[in-house]
Design a protein around this ligand. Sequence first.
Ligand code: ADP
Ligand code: ADP
Length: 223
Amino acid sequence: MLEMTGLGVRYGDVTAVSDVDLTIGDGEVVALLGPSGCGKSTLLRAVAGLERPSAGAVSWDGADLAGTPVHRRGFGLVFQDGQLFPHRDVAGNVAFGLRMLRVEREERAKRVTRLLELVGLAGYERRRVTELSGGEQQRVALARALAPEPRLLLLDEPLSALDRALREQLALDLARLLRETGTTALVVTHDHDEAFTLADRVAVMRTGRIRQVGPPSQVWREP
Ligand code: ADP
Ligand code: ADP
């Protein structure tokens, strides 16, 4: 279980995030919804360990993560773009984290095949990532983040580089994928439909604070 308590992040004089109390239960998918500049990415980065909180704490199962660097938190990260290794093929990208974990070759290949099936890219192992469409690249990025079986997946506008129709389709696919794999996730988005499609609970953010949290049916859709 991930817990943010009284979490705040400042950039100099700018308070980007303040007083955030938010818990994400095991297997739960929470969307962080709000307009551009409200502090969503900053909050996600603080959870990842990429920003240092100016107040409060982030903890996992009650243990404070303050001393735990990014790569030891056991979290998977997917950002908006520029994230694949262009000189590696699809399998090489998906297997990257597994190689770091010293998972053996045969097991790596098995997992890569299974993950590519999960994200709808069966048979893509040897394709060059630079020759894939935007949607296909997003799927590869997801497979890569899921490969080490992270205890928490952090997604920052994972679909925003795509056009509307593709985004709706991928949001449905992603919702299914997260449920099938029982993945715990925090998804940052400015898109209402995406948040409501993906999440068990939606946290609505405005100017650095969380204004409401609840299941999609209980959160008002603000314009
Ligand atoms: P969102 O993800 O909701 O668009 P951000 O978390 O990116 O919002 O930004 C929140 C606020 O913090 C904004 O006012 C933004 O300008 C500011 N900010 C974000 N990153 C930095 C940074 N590295 N240095 C200074 N200010 C920043
Ligand atoms: P650094 O000098 O690199 O910021 P720190 O020792 O301050 O190193 O922090 C180690 C890591 O833990 C950093 O990645 C930082 O972002 C994160 N961190 C620091 N304080 C907290 C906190 N209260 N809660 C969660 N993470 C934190």
